[in-house]
Design a binder for this molecule. Structure first.
Ligand code: ADP
Ligand code: MG
Length: 288
């Protein structure tokens, strides 16, 4: 029975009428193997179950905070808060901020679940990395100004850097990392983007001189909903999913992401990206 279940139809056909010289021993081996595989599978399912439970409880917690805040301000407005114009404005402003937070949360949840289910596969293409970085830099310039942060991408990167990756997803990675550098940066601070050429990859680094991250948090930083200092991070808002999305995208490309940080001094997030093979084939020294 186990034998039949284990072998797919094709394999059975291929084996044909093979008869083992020691069927009892074979069966014992197969039962052992089967039991081991099932144990691994069950452990895996248990882990997933635990993970799902935690994820759900995290999600409901994340929704509760802004929702309760909205409830509170609406109540206050209904209970006569409208009479005082200034106060009403302040309350509405808070309501709007919390609604924004909820919608960010839904957007990020949607994004991460799509990424994880493989619904939006990695769409590899050849593109020029510095052009993308310049685009992202421009799109975030207003935000940088609002946060009083200067975003530096040195002009020395005028050499074309052809890469092979999903352009839109890498854009998301850059946006998330740069946004974090604003959120956790200090006023009048600086965020710098650098590219380093490795053997068959480029290393992109986003460095800020902001609040930094205590070493104890680093190993868990890329987990969903993980925040270093919940009160402060919460004040700034954000879904807590940004880095989980970043890690997911980078790893789906079979590349790596890492972080170095010193508390109170700043942080550097670096990820690798595959060079396009055309670039790899260009000889380093022109023989002519
Ligand atoms: N550049 C940074 N400097 C300091 N802390 C950071 C930085 N980027 C991320 N963090 C910390 O990592 C946590 C997770 O980041 P992220 O997943 O983007 O969530 P969010 O930004 O929504 O809080 C943040 O809450 C913050 O505590
Ligand atoms: Mg973020």
């Amino acid at each position: 029975m186990i034998h039949t279940l284990k072998l797919g139809k094709d394999l059975k056909d291929a084996l044909g009428e093979y008869v083992s010289p020691d069927p009892i021993n074979d069966v014992e081996q197969e039962v052992k193997e089967w039991a081991r595989d099932k144990k691994i599978e069950i452990d895996d399912l248990k882990k997933q179950e635990k993970f799902r439970r935690e994820f759900l409880s995290n999600i409901s917690h994340e929704f509760k905070t802004p929702l309760f805040a909205i409830e509170g301000y609406v109540d206050a407005l209904q209970d006569g808060g409208l009479e005082d114009h200034d106060l009403a404005h302040k309350f509405l402003d808070k309501v709007s901020k919390n609604v924004e937070r909820l919608s960010f949360l839904i957007k990020d949840l949607n994004e991460i679940s799509k990424l994880e289910s493989g619904e939006i596969p990695i769409n590899y293409q050849k593109f020029e990395l510095t052009a993308l970085i310049k685009e992202v830099k421009e799109s975030l310039e207003l935000k940088a100004a609002k946060n009083n942060i200067s975003l530096i991408f040195k002009e020395k990167y005028d050499v074309p850097t052809w890469v092979y990756a999903d352009r839109e997803k890498i854009r998301q990675v850059l946006v998330n990392l740069i946004n974090n550098s604003y959120k956790y940066g200090k006023p009048n601070g600086t965020t710098a983007i650098s590219i380093f050429s490795l053997h068959d990859q480029y290393l992109v680094e986003i460095t800020d001189d902001g609040i930094g991250i205590n070493e104890e948090h680093l190993p868990r930083l890329f987990e969903r909903f993980y925040r270093t200092d919940s009160s402060r991070s919460r004040e700034i808002g954000g879904s807590g999913l940004g880095l989980a999305i970043v890690k997911h995208i980078v790893e789906a490309h079979h590349q790596t992401i890492n972080v170095r940080s010193t508390h109170k001094l700043g942080s550097t997030f670096g990820f690798t990206i595959q060079k396009h093979k055309d670039v790899l084939n260009i000889p380093l020294i022109n023989q002519d």
